[in-house]
Design a binder for this molecule. Structure first.
Ligand SMILES: O=C(O)CCC(=O)C(=O)O
Ligand SMILES: [Fe+2]
Length: 208
């Protein structure tokens, strides 16, 4: 599945910050948020060090294994956090530090997704979970293969879908009402693609 010397094949986008002008959404993309060298190193180390696991989801009484590997890290002192969860490693702490510096926000948890090849993806959903509130701030970082990130408005068919290629080392910030008005997906692809790692930093606050 994985060749560690693949990183030379990964291309970062052109450097720069793009603020999307789309309705009911606050969406900012920074390509090259991490340099190519940093991104190659994070990709290799996260691939190797992360406690990847399969994840089963129950939909209408049927259990499905999602087509990707995941891992969840959360500060142990956050109320309701799993005391036996994995500890943040150096790479995760470094990436979180950079994201927090850019956003001037604190994130106490991160979901990692590993898309092993084109058969892996994530279907249409919003990140509106009970434990992040209705308008969560989601800070998304990508390493490895470029995959498409698509958004569609939940209530208006007239508003066109948005398609954003998320490159090696990119940073996408979703805030405001993005998650209550839009859904997103990473479609599967028939192209022969290398693995992609995505990290979504979150502010988890459970109401106990
Ligand atoms: O892989 C991505 O870019 C998105 C992942 C995602 O939507 C999620 O984990 O909720
Ligand atoms: Fe999501």
């Amino acid at each position: 599945m994985t060749l560690f010397n693949d990183t030379e094949l990964f291309a970062t986008g052109l450097a720069g910050k793009k603020v999307f002008d789309i309705p009911d959404s606050e969406l900012i993309l920074i390509d090259n948020f991490f340099t190519k060298e940093e991104s190659d190193r994070f990709y290799e180390r996260l691939l190797r060090k992360t406690k990847w696991r399969e994840y089963e989801m129950e939909i209408y009484d049927k259990v499905y294994t999602v087509p990707r590997m995941i891992s969840w890290y959360e500060d142990k002192d956050n109320p309701g956090a799993d005391p036996n969860g994995p500890d943040w490693n150096y790479e995760l702490l470094t990436i979180r530090g950079r994201v927090e510096k850019e956003t001037q926000l604190d994130f106490n948890s991160v979901l990692l997704n590993l898309y092993r090849d084109g058969n892996d993806g994530v279907g249409w959903h919003s990140d509106k979970e009970h434990n992040t509130g209705p308008n969560p701030v989601i800070a998304s970082v990508t390493f490895g293969e470029t995959r498409m990130f698509r958004l569609r408005h939940k209530f208006s068919k007239e508003i066109p879908q948005v398609e954003i290629p998320l490159h090696h080392g990119s940073f996408l910030l979703m805030s405001g009402t993005t998650n209550s008005f839009w859904q997103h997906q990473v479609p599967k692809t028939a192209r022969d693609v290398l693995p992609r790692i995505n990290l979504t930093f979150r502010q988890t606050h459970r109401s106990l």
